[in-house]
Design a protein around this ligand. Structure first.
Ligand SMILES: C[S@@+](CC[C@H](N)C(=O)[O-])C[C@H]1O[C@@H](n2cnc3c(N)ncnc32)[C@H](O)[C@@H]1O
Length: 268
């Protein structure tokens, strides 16, 4: 497995991400693959025993609202943690004037699970969503009760080790025992948005299993396939659900003994 481009996240012009172009291409209508992903996502969160006042996070939302929509019945707050200033502006506008095309995504959630039925997403999203500009690599550890990360870790870099660090950071930003859902493009060779090309790592199912081994438990990997995929420069998609492992992060101890002077860091 090799990255399409041996480049790292910082080398790309994320602030020039053409949000509207990305939205139109991927989310103007409910595509076949999202119709496969949405019921799996909804049922996964419905099966979890979540605390009453849950704080949720979607990392790298870009212009995709459906991961956040999927968490609406289960969360008191939903943080959209986005790095690109263009996408932050887009999200701020969209959350306030939710376009009608999201209705099809919402109806797919409603058909998947009764918990969505009584909710008006256009009204609730502005009340619960907080948009924060930040990098996945700067996520605090152990803060959120549930989370999503859709097409981010493998689609922000050309380097496998950076993809692994991003995935690990996402999972460890959750509290031990917290559920998560993440999607990955399989075998992606990068993508064009507007006038710019963005990188990808051509990950396999085995790569994703290996990356999650030390940070997650109860991992289920759902291959998401369609014959139409092969025209678009990738081999398929994966939806991965799981739970952040209960074991503490790999503590790197500075100093000796068990005194209070020890500095604890978590390594990715
Ligand atoms: C391929 S898009 C995925 C967008 C969306 N989640 C989806 O499902 O279509 C990758 C997203 O990651 C964001 N991103 C790039 N670098 C990032 C970083 N260091 N931390 C967090 N997000 C980042 C991009 O701005 C973009 O929104």
């Amino acid at each position: 497995m090799t990255g399409a481009l041996a480049v790292n996240n910082a080398e790309y012009p994320w602030d020039l991400f053409d949000s509207e172009s990305y939205q139109q291409r991927n989310y103007a209508t409910l595509h076949e693959l999202d119709q496969i992903i949405i019921p799996l996502l909804a049922r996964f969160f419905d099966e979890q025993d979540l605390p009453r006042h849950s704080a949720a996070i979607d990392v790298g939302p870009g212009t995709n609202l459906y991961p956040a929509m999927a968490m609406l019945p289960f969360a008191e707050t939903i943080t959209l943690w986005e790095y690109s200033s263009a996408n932050v502006v887009w999200l701020e506008q969209e959350i306030g004037r939710y376009r009608r095309s999201w209705d099809d995504f919402w109806q797919a959630l409603v058909r998947s699970c009764d918990r969505y039925r009584a909710i008006r997403p256009a009204e609730l999203l502005p009340q619960v969503v907080k948009i924060e500009k930040g990098s996945i690599f700067d996520l605090e550890e152990g803060r959120w009760d549930l989370g999503t990360m859709f097409f981010v870790a493998e689609s922000i870099t050309g380097m496998l080790d950076e993809c692994a660090t991003a995935t690990t950071r996402f999972v460890r930003s959750l509290k031990p025992g917290a559920p998560f859902a993440a999607t990955f493009m399989e075998g992606s060779r990068g993508y064009v948005v507007g006038d710019h090309t963005f990188p990808a790592v051509a990950v396999t199912e085995q790569d994703v299993h290996d990356i999650l081994r030390d940070v997650a438990r109860d991992v289920t990997l759902h291959p998401i396939r369609s014959p139409q995929l092969f025209r678009h420069g990738y081999d398929g998609m994966m939806l991965v659900t799981g739970v952040r492992s209960d074991t503490p992060s790999t503590w790197v101890q500075h100093g000796s003994g068990s005194g209070t002077n020890q500095r604890k860091e978590w390594s990715a």
